[in-house]
Design a protein around this ligand. Structure first.
Ligand SMILES: Cc1cc2nc3c(=O)[nH]c(=O)nc-3n(C[C@H](O)[C@H](O)[C@H](O)COP(=O)(O)O)c2cc1C
Length: 148
């Protein structure tokens, strides 16, 4: 069984909705077990041994939210275990749409390997975005399980 962590922070629920849709997409692929890692309250050490990561953040001042930054700060100590693993990024914003730049830089800094371009939604995912968010999760699961 491949294990994939969905790491995210959400204060008002938009990014959590995206995280849940990504998780649905992950579960569409056989042989995948999803570990939700809501920040704060989940440490890099809790998920460093998974096979892949989906990481999401709201856009805070054109950067990742503080709890997501702290996750990456602490993940550096687990870089040997995390480096080289596949990941996808996702985020929500209020119109600025800058959060993926910082999220992807941080992921690259700890050696994660991007499976495909990340996805942002303005606010909660709209009806026309739901299937694309699920597809992001499915693409990660397929990369992890080698099903592509
Ligand atoms: C402190 C703070 C800073 C924010 N800064 C930005 C910003 O720079 N650009 C932007 O597009 N949205 C910004 N937003 C809006 C949030 O990114 C947006 O509402 C997001 O969907 C919230 O996610 P959540 O519901 O998962 O908490 C900010 C919101 C807060 C609370």
């Amino acid at each position: 069984m491949a294990r994939i962590a969905v790491v995210y922070y959400s204060k008002s629920g938009n990014t959590q909705k995206m995280a849940e849709l990504v998780a649905e997409g992950l579960r569409e692929v056989d042989g995948v077990e999803v570990q939700m890692c809501a920040l704060p309250g989940c440490e890099p050490g809790d998920v460093a041994d998974v096979d892949g990561f989906a990481i999401g953040s709201p856009d805070y001042f054109s950067y990742v939210a503080g709890h997501v930054k702290v996750f990456f700060d602490e993940a550096l100590a687990h870089k040997n275990q995390i480096s080289g693993k596949p990941y996808v990024a996702f985020g929500t914003h209020g119109g600025g749409a800058k959060v993926l730049d910082s999220l992807e830089r941080l992921a690259q800094a700890i050696g994660l390997r991007q499976v495909q371009p990340g996805m942002m939604c303005m606010g909660a995912p709209g009806d026309n975005e739901v299937s694309a968010v699920r597809a992001l999760g499915r693409a990660l699961a397929e990369a992890v399980t080698g099903a592509w």
